[in-house]
Ligand binder design. Structure first.
Ligand SMILES: [Zn+2]
Length: 377
């Protein structure tokens, strides 16, 4: 497709006083499409805390950021759109199809990609985002740009087709359930178990609660600081969700022991953005053989006696990024009514509102929607 488009691009990571405008809306060429690629007209594109940190300073954001992308780069690593052009060999989708984009790209043939551990692929890359582990394969440079733009080029392998009746506003939200869903899979959650979700009131936390319910957890114990948000989590399914409010004088241990009749929980999904005390206490309230799924990027040190972990046989696992194979499952579960995506609330912005949308994430109040998103007209 010929012509130009508008794209929200990041031009630098330093937030020097008065610099401002490191993310701006630019007029750029519409990407060309080759073999194995599709061009989409973006319909929805979300932003999260990672984008805010990247705008401020990607390097201090995480010491594990191993590769900074070539700049300027279009940001946005969650979204969906309508296919407007396909490469000559692409058969899986056609022009006019609406597709969800999975922005986590991997090599597809290493031992990790072949064993459902694609988050460990050393060639992985996330469109529109920094690389936090490994070095991206050079061929993936064609997919540096993300989704906060009018159009986006995507490998045909990384789109999942929607059915004509699927509601764009709801189905775009499965990306926020994706991480928790995979984390709980990696932790071996099975139906009937009790899941602790520490940091349950943020967008990924709510996505993890929805994943746990979908996967058959009998009981989800949501742990978070803000009681207003926590009550909203409980309201998703009051029969299966209990809450523990942090910092209100409530003992985490006493409450979890009461809720589990002294047994403890089977799985902990750990998402607390900071602080370590609640994490330690949650781990200590796992039953013997309990599993911990690390999702947050909390930089603090976990100090627990190895003997404690050994005797109780506590297992640790983790996940980063979005898993392609999970998206189709989550879309089907949504389509069949197993997942209700509505607790993930959204606030829409125009393309021009990119900085306003990033600021919204930092200034979000307890009654504000969770997820700022570009919505095309
Ligand atoms: Zn790989």
């Amino acid at each position: 497709m010929q012509g130009t488009m508008k794209a929200a691009r990041i031009h630098g990571f330093d937030r020097a006083p008065g610099a401002g405008g490191l993310v701006s809306l630019d007029e750029v060429p519409i990407p060309d499409v080759g073999e194995g690629e599709v061009l989409i007209r973006v319909l929805r594109a979300g932003l999260n805390h990672g984008d805010v940190h990247m705008r401020e300073d990607a390097v201090t954001y995480s010491p594990d950021v191993t590769m900074l992308p070539d700049l300027p780069m279009t940001i946005g690593h969650d979204g969906m759109g309508e296919v407007v052009e396909v490469g000559p060999d692409v058969r899986a989708v056609r022009v006019g199809d609406r597709v969800v984009v999975v922005a986590s790209l991997t090599c597809g043939h290493c031992k990790y990609c072949r064993s459902e551990r694609q988050h460990l692929c050393s060639s992985k890359k996330t469109m529109g985002f920094v690389t936090k582990f490994g070095q991206s394969a050079p061929r993936l440079k064609r997919y540096t740009d993300g989704l906060w733009a009018e159009y986006c080029r995507v490998p045909a392998t990384n789109v999942v087709r929607l059915e004509p009746e699927d509601n764009v506003d709801e189905f775009c939200k499965v990306s926020q359930i994706n991480v928790g869903y995979r984390a709980l899979k990696r932790a071996g959650l099975h139906s009937g178990e009790t899941v602790l979700v520490n940091g349950a009131s943020g967008i990924t936390g709510i996505g993890t609660v929805l994943a746990a319910l979908t996967m058959g957890a009998a009981h989800v114990i949501a742990v978070a600081r803000n009681p207003v948000r926590l009550e909203r989590v409980r309201a998703i399914d009051p029969r299966r969700i209990s809450t523990v409010a942090l910092g209100r004088g409530e003992s985490i241990t006493a409450r979890i022991q009461e809720l589990t009749h002294g047994q403890g929980a089977a799985v902990l999904a750990e998402l607390a953005p900071g602080g370590i005390e609640s994490t330690v206490e949650c781990i200590k309230n796992l039953e013997p053989g309990g599993r911990v799924a690390l999702i947050s990027s909390n930089p603090e040190t976990l100090s627990l006696p190895l003997r404690y972990l050994m005797i109780r046989s506590i297992e640790f696992t983790s996940v980063t990024g979005r898993f392609l194979v999970d998206v189709a499952e989550l879309l089907e579960l949504t389509r069949r009514g197993v997942i209700d995506t509505r607790p993930i609330t959204t606030k829409y912005f125009k393309l021009e509102g990119i900085n306003e949308a990033l600021d919204f994430i930092e200034g979000r109040g307890e009654n504000d929607p969770l997820w700022p998103m570009y919505a095309a007209d």
